[in-house]
Design a protein around this ligand. Structure first.
Ligand SMILES: *[C@@H]1O[C@H](CO)[C@@H](O)[C@H](O)[C@H]1NC(C)=O
Length: 594
């Protein structure tokens, strides 16, 4: 209920999709325009990360209002109630409790009237859907597999939706116990739901009665849970898809979760749905973010992004962005804490989710070979007495006539390098500084980004901090001024100590950097660097290598202007894009080349 302005962020569902425009007159609009479903990744907000199952109608509509006002202009249009909207919020009820659900006489879940007062009188979600539509948004709900254990235990009759009465076949009325597959209970909610036998016409009649009701309520999006990944129920997916295909209002079909999903498994269902998760639940830990990189690459390489889907396209879904004001999984509480991801990690997540959407064919994953991650950040800056021969390891390396690097131990296969520049000591009043710092250097982590190697004694320099914090905005500060001696030592103007850059022992295994490249509608190129390392890493890509993955671009002799989205820095280059990327952080360059 206490929605801060930031709150809505938590719910960014990067549902990786979007959808056609709002259809107020479903049958007509749908038939006349035959708009492709999910022609781009549907985006919106889902209540789960902030409310778990506990959200009320009032809270939901407040969030919808924020989505409508603030996010709709950016293409977010779905608002989705996540699971257990039919569970009474009373003492004893929790995510796997039994017996607290509100079901109708046909064993179908209906909204808990305590939390969804507009549903009273058999109206279901109609009024909520109307309100959401009047905000210019689309309305989605979460549903579980099959039938609830509660309906099964009550052995409710099955509705024949066409007749509006009990389903009768071979002269007998069919009931929940005839169709429920108790041995196929949802593994992670065993007191909740079980599959139904879709080989029986009665089982199909039950599923049909559910989805026809959702359509009547005005639902535009269904997230079907516990049917995919480790919980795969291909029969239910296939039948639900058939029902949705015949509806006269478009309902996007989304599957969840996606634990252990491979492109091969996804290929079996992608044509039947519009979205399907490709990982387990994503929460606000770096480990969860990290687990998305390989699988996203695999789905991109398998050309699964924007493949054919139900009445349109289908999209691998990386799950929600757990940003902003959150709750915890399995909780009975609403939002009460902020995301545990730091700002760099949040940007990486947002950037990967955005880059993964492929609106044009030309986009490809840059292989790691192209990204030339430089492991500068894996080396600790040491300060030692200049008398120590160990310090004599620096030498100059000219990239072109204007650009020089200073590299540590040239013989290394990937020597860590810094970019050399004269400190900016221009104006007249600074004569005294000019004299004092004649011959000194600023050492930049990357060309064109104003971050300078800083030997400030306020920082702990001997640890991994070197990566995380020893580059600070360039300024006229003796801690940032360095002199290269003929014997290869690099002396700091403030302390008189000399720098070394020795390998940090790395517990986290091999160094990992990733690059993604994409093209935009106006011919611009998006180049993303992700630093998965626990220390700052300088990453670079040669324009010639960028051209190799965009073979339709001849980059010979071109020069590119770039704008880095997260830092706001701009510049130009003819050969190399290079930047120091924070631990777990990313950079996103927009290149326009001529
Ligand atoms: C390297 O040169 C500097 C400046 O001439 C000198 O102070 C330092 O002692 C030399 N280091 C070694 C190890 O010879």
């Amino acid at each position: 209920m206490k929605m801060s302005a930031l709150g809505f962020f938590s719910f960014f569902f990067f549902f990786l999709l979007f959808a056609p425009s709002l259809c107020r007159v479903p049958s007509e609009t749908h038939l006349q325009t035959k708009k492709e479903h999910a022609s781009t990744p549907p985006r919106g907000w889902n209540s789960y990360d902030s409310f778990c199952w506990t959200i009320s109608e009032e809270e939901f509509l407040q969030n919808a209002e924020i989505v409508s006002n603030r996010l709709k202009p950016h293409g977010y249009e779905y608002v989705v109630v996540d699971y257990l909207w039919y569970r009474r919020k009373v003492p004893g009820a929790y995510v796997d409790s039994l017996g607290f659900d509100v079901i109708d006489e046909w064993g179908r879940p209906i909204p808990d009237p305590g939390r969804w007062p507009s549903s009273i009188g058999g109206k279901g979600f109609s009024e909520v859907a109307n309100k959401v539509h009047s905000m210019g948004l689309k309305f989605g709900i979460h549903v579980m597999r099959g039938i609830s254990l509660q309906a099964f235990s009550a052995d409710t009759p099955i509705l024949d939706a066409a007749k509006g009465s009990a389903y009768v076949e071979s002269g007998r009325q069919w009931r929940a116990k005839d169709i429920g597959l108790k041995e196929r209970a949802c593994a992670w909610m065993s007191h909740g739901f079980m599959s139904v036998n879709t080989k029986l016409e009665a089982g199909r009649a039950f599923l049909r009665s559910l989805y026809l009701q959702y359509a009547e309520w005005g639902v535009d999006f269904v997230k079907n849970d516990c049917v995919f990944g480790d919980d795969l129920d291909i029969n239910e997916i296939t039948f639900v898809s058939e029902v949705l295909q015949k509806l006269d209002r478009p309902i996007l079909y989304s599957l969840s979760p996606g634990t252990s999903v491979t492109p091969a498994m996804a290929k079996e269902i992608s044509g039947l749905v519009n979205m399907y998760r490709i990982t387990g639940d994503d929460w606000d830990t770096w480990r969860d973010v990290l687990s998305h990189f390989d699988v996203t690459r695999d789905f991109s390489n398998a050309k699964m992004i924007g493949a054919n889907g139900l009445l349109g396209k289908s999209w691998p879904d990386l799950d929600m962005l757990p940003l902003g004001w959150l709750t915890d999984p399995g909780s009975n509480e609403g939002p009460h804490r902020t995301s545990n991801l730091n700002i760099d990690e949040q940007r990486s997540q947002m950037t990967l989710w955005s880059m993964a959407k492929r609106s044009r064919r030309k986009e490809k994953v840059l292989s790691q070979d192209f990204s030339e991650g430089r492991m500068l950040g894996k080396r600790a800056l040491g300060l030692t007495t200049c008398k120590d021969p160990k310090a004599n390891g620096w030498s100059t390396n000219a990239l072109d006539q204007n650009l020089e690097q200073i590299c540590w131990r040239e013989k290394l296969e990937e020597p860590p390098c810094l970019y050399k520049r004269k400190p900016l000591l221009s104006s007249g009043v600074e004569m005294i500084y000019k004299q004092r710092y004649e011959g000194t250097l600023h050492l930049l982590a990357s060309d064109g980004l104003e971050l300078c190697l800083d030997a400030s004694p306020r920082r702990r320099l001997t640890s991994k901090e070197f990566g995380g914090g020893s580059f600070t905005p360039c300024k006229r500060d003796a801690n940032q001024m360095w002199e290269l001696n003929a014997n290869g030592s690099l002396v700091n103007s403030y302390s008189g100590l000399c720098a070394t850059a020795d390998l940090v022992k790395d517990d986290a295994g091999s160094s990992e950097v990733r690059s993604w490249i994409a093209t935009g509608r106006r011919g611009e190129i998006y180049l993303a660097f992700f630093n998965l390392n626990p220390v700052m890493t300088v990453m670079s890509a040669k324009l010639a290598d960028v051209a190799k993955v965009l073979p339709w671009k001849n980059m010979k002799g071109v020069s590119c202007k770039y704008h880095e989205i997260w830092s706001g820095k701009s510049g130009g280059t003819k050969q190399l894009i290079s930047i120091a990327v924070a631990k777990h952080g990313c950079s996103l360059f927009v290149l326009t080349c001529a």
